[in-house]
Design a protein around this ligand. Structure first.
Ligand code: ZN
Length: 128
C-alpha cells in the first residue's frame, strides 16, 4: 500500500494519472483535470489525429531524403477526439479558451480558407 501511494504521488507530480486527477499546470491546484485541446477544438482539432513526438518530427529535418512535410513511416500516437492532454483544471481550461482560443480559431480558419481558395496540395479542408 505504501509503495502504491509513493507511485501515486509520483504520478500526481508529473501532472496526470489514470483517473485524470493531477496538478493543474496553471494554478497548481490538485484535482480533476480536463482535456485541453491543443490547438483549440474549433481550430480543426475535433477529429481523430496523429500525435508525433518531437524526436519523430526531427526526422523530417535530419533525414535529407525526406521532404519536411512527409510524415510517412514516423511513429505516432492516435488521438480519437483531437490532439490534447489532461493538463488543466476546468476553470483554467475555460479561461485559456476565452483569453486565447477565440483569436487562435480565427487565425486557423483564415489559414484554412486560404488553403481552400488556393487548393493547396490538391486537398480540400473543412470550412464551415
Ligand atoms: Zn487550474
Amino acid at each position: 500500500m505504501h509503495k502504491n501511494k509513493q507511485k501515486y504521488d509520483k504520478i500526481l507530480l508529473k501532472g496526470c494519472d489514470f483517473m485524470n486527477n493531477g496538478i493543474c499546470k496553471i494554478c497548481g491546484k490538485k484535482g480533476k483535470l480536463t482535456f485541453e485541446h491543443i490547438p483549440p477544438r474549433k481550430a480543426f482539432n475535433d477529429r481523430r489525429a496523429k500525435l508525433f513526438t518531437g524526436n519523430e518530427l526531427s526526422k523530417t529535418i535530419s533525414d535529407k531524403k525526406r521532404l519536411p512535410w512527409d510524415l510517412s513511416g514516423l511513429k505516432y500516437k492516435q488521438q480519437q477526439r483531437g490532439v490534447g492532454l489532461y493538463s488543466l483544471c476546468a476553470s483554467c481550461n475555460s479561461l485559456t479558451g476565452t483569453l486565447y482560443g477565440d483569436e487562435y480559431i480565427k487565425f486557423a480558419w483564415t489559414i484554412g480558407k486560404l488553403l481552400n481558395e488556393n487548393n493547396m496540395e490538391g486537398k480540400k479542408y473543412r470550412w464551415n
